[in-house]
Design a protein around this ligand. Structure first.
Ligand SMILES: CC(C)(COP(=O)(O)OP(=O)(O)OC[C@H]1O[C@@H](n2cnc3c(N)ncnc32)[C@H](O)[C@@H]1OP(=O)(O)O)[C@@H](O)C(=O)NCCC(=O)NCCS
Length: 170
């Protein structure tokens, strides 16, 4: 499992060096993530390279919901139709610095985020982990790990029941 830690003041200088090649994701970490963590709008986790101390990558988690009408019929089995929307966990952003790309860090971060989300879903209900892929590259990454496109939105989701099997083998 990746060793991730919550973004804090001690990463202030390191944030400035982060570069994943997508300006919006770089700027988010540099300028916004700390504020969002302080205001409890989202949690941001970073993993540090043991050799250089640089930020290898980061991801964010927050509460979210998915309108029931977006969920494909095959996943609606036994869900109460009176529920207008389902609680979900939003993996809002995930990015790996270009210097650490292609070494399994993205996969490690994703597994760490799914494991954390699954643990939290046992405390506060969450039907799925949702992502908002910003482009085709991101879509390809999440699709590789089983995320399913919600046809009426730009979101993708992975049911928590699938994630549970991944970690518990149930
Ligand atoms: C997408 C991203 C997170 C991948 O990080 P990474 O550390 O290079 O990926 P990994 O080395 O962990 O790759 C894990 C697996 O995913 C595959 N993969 C990586 N990027 C992929 C993509 N865009 N599409 C499909 N598969 C991809 C790898 O080939 C690897 O496959 P393998 O396990 O069969 O060998 C990284 O390229 C990135 O930060 N991109 C810019 C930001 C971005 O698009 N974020 C996504 C959501 S906001």
């Amino acid at each position: 499992m990746a060793t991730t830690e919550i973004l804090s003041e001690r990463h202030r200088k390191l944030k400035k060096e982060f570069s994943c090649g997508k300006v919006a994701l770089d700027n988010y970490l540099k300028n916004q993530a700390g504020q969002d963590v302080k205001r409890m709008l989202s949690a941001c986790y970073v993993s540090l390279d043991p050799e250089t101390g640089l930020i290898q990558g980061y991801y964010t988690l927050s509460n979210n919901s998915i309108p029931l009408q977006w969920i494909p019929e095959s996943f609606k089995n036994r869900l109460p139709s009176s529920y207008g929307s389902l609680p979900a966990t939003l993996l809002g952003r995930l990015a790996v610095d270009g210097r650490f790309r292609g070494r399994g860090i993205g996969k490690m971060l994703l597994i760490d985020a799914l494991n954390r989300s699954y643990g939290l879903s046992r405390v506060i209900g969450s039907f799925a982990v949702a992502v908002d892929p910003m482009d085709e590259e991101a879509e390809g990454f999440y699709a590789k790990f089983g995320f399913i496109m919600l046809p009426d939105s730009r979101k993708m989701f992975l049911p928590m029941a699938t994630i549970e099997k991944l970690f518990n083998g149930n």
